[in-house]
Design a binder for this molecule. Structure first.
Ligand code: NDP
Ligand code: OXD
Length: 316
């Protein structure tokens, strides 16, 4: 137990039950859920998910902010952020979960899960034509920690894999494009689009009608499919619905939404071409992540640099 009076952690997790995070962190270091007053000198670290705006500005001795997820848009939503490093989660366990989600959804679209489920409902014994994976291309928007791991798994299943990123990224077996110029050729070559981008000012609303209209429409699946596990604000929900109605898009798997939880009246819940999961593609598991956070704090105090620090200018 680290008992330095100044070394307290502020844990602020809106929308997550904090108990397990609290128990695991406080087994090693003192943890509080609220600062003492308006400039608490005892708090050196914050571990957060959607912290209330202005909260971190009240901590004059704060040394680092840890996101309990891979994404950090929930931190940047605070206009009063203090100028300290922001560390995001990069963890094998999280990456593995996302890879499972992407492979699951790609295979379901590829193997026509929605069609078979509708056949089963009608007791129809029918076998539609099934293209092999090598004739289907999966395009991953965001070739970061999660995108690269998903790409590797999809390659091992035999899919053609394309990738798109902000800066140039190379990956064996993957055809890559980057930047604004690379977006249209990337989309034109893609049957199943997987969105694993961070939500930033540059990516807001990027998955819109115009973008969906550029996906390959003459592929062997009979129309392009969309999988978004990045962030809800990357997409325009109404545009996705319109693209589905206009047969520009064949099907969609959506894990994230502009408004979460998805309101009961949302047409996505009942849309026959949409598969909904509740932002559960790769949930942060404190059993795996708390040790990584604590190790980083200890290494930082030994004078080592923090890892996975986000670029404030780029917002991810
Ligand atoms: P990384 O930061 O490792 O990768 C982000 C990728 O997106 C990079 O390839 C980056 O390009 C690319 N990118 C960023 N901005 C742009 C842009 N303007 N144009 C083109 N490409 C861009 O992030 P992770 O892979 O770890 O995570 C990605 C996102 O997944 C998270 O930000 C989070 O929102 C989401 N997520 C969702 C979860 C869920 O349960 N649904 C769970 C975990 C994460 P470059 O390589 O050039 O930097
Ligand atoms: C994350 C998430 O960013 O779970 O890790 O969305």
């Amino acid at each position: 137990m680290n008992d330095r009076p100044g070394g307290r952690i502020l844990l602020s997790t809106t929308g997550f039950r904090p108990q397990l995070w609290y128990d695991l962190l406080s087994a090693e270091r003192p943890v509080v859920l609220e600062p003492d007053g308006d400039d608490d000198p005892t708090i050196e670290y914050a571990v957060v998910w959607k912290q209330p705006p202005g909260l971190l500005a009240r901590l004059p001795y704060l040394k680092a902010i840890f996101s309990i997820g891979a994404g950090v848009d929930h931190i940047f939503a605070d206009p009063d952020l203090p100028d300290v490093p922001i560390v995001r989660m990069v963890a094998d366990n999280l990456t593995q979960h996302m890879t499972e989600y992407v492979v699951w959804r790609v295979l379901d679209h590829h193997r026509q899960g929605a069609l078979y489920r509708s056949h089963q409902n009608r007791k129809l014994w029918r076998e539609p034509p099934q293209p092999p994976a090598e004739n289907v291309s999966v395009g991953i928007m965001g070739l970061g920690q999660l995108g690269r791991a998903a790409a590797k798994a999809l390659l091992s299943l035999g899919f053609q894999v394309n990738g798109w990123s902000r800066t140039e990224r190379r990956m064996d077996g993957v055809t890559t494009w980057h930047g604004e110029k690379g977006l249209t050729p990337f989309l034109n070559a893609t049957d199943i689009l997987v969105v694993l981008l961070p939500y930033t000012t540059a990516t807001e609303g990027i998955v819109n009608y115009d973008l969906l209209g550029k996906l390959r429409r003459d592929g062997e699946l009979g129309g392009p499919c969309l999988i978004n596990a990045g962030r809800g604000k990357l997409q325009r929900g109404d545009d996705i619905l319109r693209a589905l109605d206009d047969d520009i898009l064949k099907e969609a798997s959506l894990d994230v939404f502009e408004e979460e939880p998805l309101p009961p009246e949302s047409p996505f819940w009942t849309h026959p071409k949409v598969f909904v999961t509740p932002h559960a593609a790769a949930t942060s598991d404190p059993h795996h992540l708390v040790p990584l956070i604590l190790e980083q704090m200890t290494a930082f105090e030994r004078g080592e640099p923090l890892r996975n620090v986000v670029n404030r200018e780029e917002g991810y």
